[in-house]
Design a protein around this ligand. Structure first.
Ligand code: FAD
Length: 396
């Protein structure tokens, strides 16, 4: 039998960035990215499968993460959106649950305050949030309002003197079981507009119950929330959150991060599948020596690289203040569709071992399903693009 050369170490981790997009970063950004990558390899990746299996968020990680200082890389730390995207992909590559925890606390929660709160409110809340001394969540989706939540928000806010009274229910709210704050979006009964409120989770009438039995992002604690006559002072109404168009300012940016998550998910699938293909032998040869296995590895790599190319350009547009909603929507729809193909190919390369979490791939495969659905589903993002290119809305 012909001997086939196998050199698993010849393709170091970072080279899954096959077209060297990372070279577009400044020297400072590249060295910071390397620092974050080492932290993730040391503090997250070795424990991620255990956390996922246990289905509990590792609260002890928060203090360590605070030392890394990952919060608000663009607005607070002056890095580019391209850098922020690549960092988010690296978090996801290490573990999608931990990336999602940060995506909620930083992108959705802190991002809402940065974009929608007054300067006085920002000064009051952001220092503790950036230092991760207080943790937040973002409460938009409802049990009966998912894709149509823009026009279908049922949670109500009623003004009463200097306070607002909130009533209703939220579903899927990440971090809410242990968060100090949840931004609740509620419809003002007076003008029918969706407004945002900083809600202290210890207030009377607020309760959050963990959603159990998930098959994806098991280390993220998603909650069902109920609000029964929760009284919020007017000074906790986010001054700039007065319509769904305001909420959308946050979602356009976070949708960009989710596209980068789809990149990270594919890099993770590639890392694990490639390593397995060169280490595992069948028929007396490594799996990676079979042409059909090589074809699947190349499919994952091609999908990852094309997704990354799209996200790099979108981030550059965002850096130039030119990114549009429909571009974020196309990127989210395209990269998550490629991601689903990639994780399926990766799972297939691991055979039976692809369905147990011990080999990481089953976690990567399952977590992809959450990315596929949150921040606007595949279908809704497709319809947002369809509306932009035809001028005809298929949904209202
Ligand atoms: C793990 C996880 C974490 C999440 N975290 C948060 C969070 O922190 N905060 C928060 O507010 N929300 C969160 N969400 C909610 C998420 O944003 C919603 O799940 C998502 O918007 C879809 O809503 P839905 O699940 O109610 O599905 P539905 O809206 O009920 O949709 C069901 C299916 O019908 C399709 N569909 C709906 N309308 C149309 C249409 N007009 N045309 C074609 N197809 C259509 C959808 O694409 C989907 O395939 C999270 C969800 C998950 C799964």
């Amino acid at each position: 039998m012909t001997s086939r050369r196998v050199d698993a170490g010849r393709f170091p981790t970072a080279d899954a960035d096959f077209f060297a997009f990372e070279n577009l970063l400044s020297d400072k950004e590249r060295s910071r990215l390397a620092e974050i990558r080492s932290w993730l390899e040391a503090e997250v990746r070795p424990h991620a499968v255990t956390w996922w299996n246990e289905g509990v968020f590792p609260r002890g990680l928060v203090a360590k993460m605070a030392e890394l200082d990952p919060m608000s890389p663009v607005r607070r730390q002056g890095y580019s959106n391209l850098f922020a995207g690549m960092v988010h992909a690296e978090f996801t590559r290490a573990d999608t649950s931990i990336a999602t925890f940060l995506g909620v606390h930083d992108g959705l929660f802190a991002g809402s305050i940065e974009l929608l709160a007054s300067p006085e409110q920002q000064q009051r809340w952001l220092p503790d949030i950036y230092a991760m001394r207080t943790i937040g969540a973002f409460g938009l989706t409802e049990p009966l309002g998912g894709s149509d939540v823009a026009g279908g928000t049922r949670t109500t806010a009623q003004r009463d003197g200097d306070t607002w009274i909130l009533n209703g229910a939220k579903r899927w709210i990440g971090n809410a079981t242990f968060a100090d704050w949840v931004i609740i979006f509620a419809r003002d009964v007076a003008d029918n507009q969706v407004k945002g409120f900083m809600v202290d989770t210890t207030l009377e009438g607020f309760s959050a119950t963990k959603i159990e039995h998930k098959i994806a992002l098991r280390a993220v604690e998603n909650a069902d929330i109920t609000l029964e006559n929760v009284v919020v002072p007017d000074s906790f109404h986010l001054c700039g959150a007065n319509s769904f168009a305001d909420t959308n300012k946050v979602l356009r940016v976070t949708r960009l991060s989710v596209g980068w998550q789809a990149v990270g998910q594919q890099l993770a699938a590639f890392d694990v599948a490639r390593r397995y293909a060169v280490e595992r032998h069948q028929f007396g040869r490594p799996l990676g020596s079979f042409q059909l296995i090589q074809q699947q590895l190349v499919q994952i790599l091609g999908n990852a690289v094309s997704s990354m190319g799209m996200m790099v350009r979108l981030s550059q547009l965002e850096d130039g203040g030119q990114a549009r909603d429909e571009q974020s929507a196309l990127a989210k729809a395209f990269t998550t569709a490629r991601m689903r193909e990639s994780v399926a190919a990766g799972r297939s390369i691991l055979g039976g071992n692809g369905i147990v979490t011990d080999y990481e791939m089953a976690k990567i495969f399952s977590d992809a399903e959450a990315i596929y659905s949150y921040e606007g589903t595949q279908e809704i993002n497709t319809l947002v693009v369809g509306r932009a290119i035809t001028g005809i809305a298929a949904f209202t």
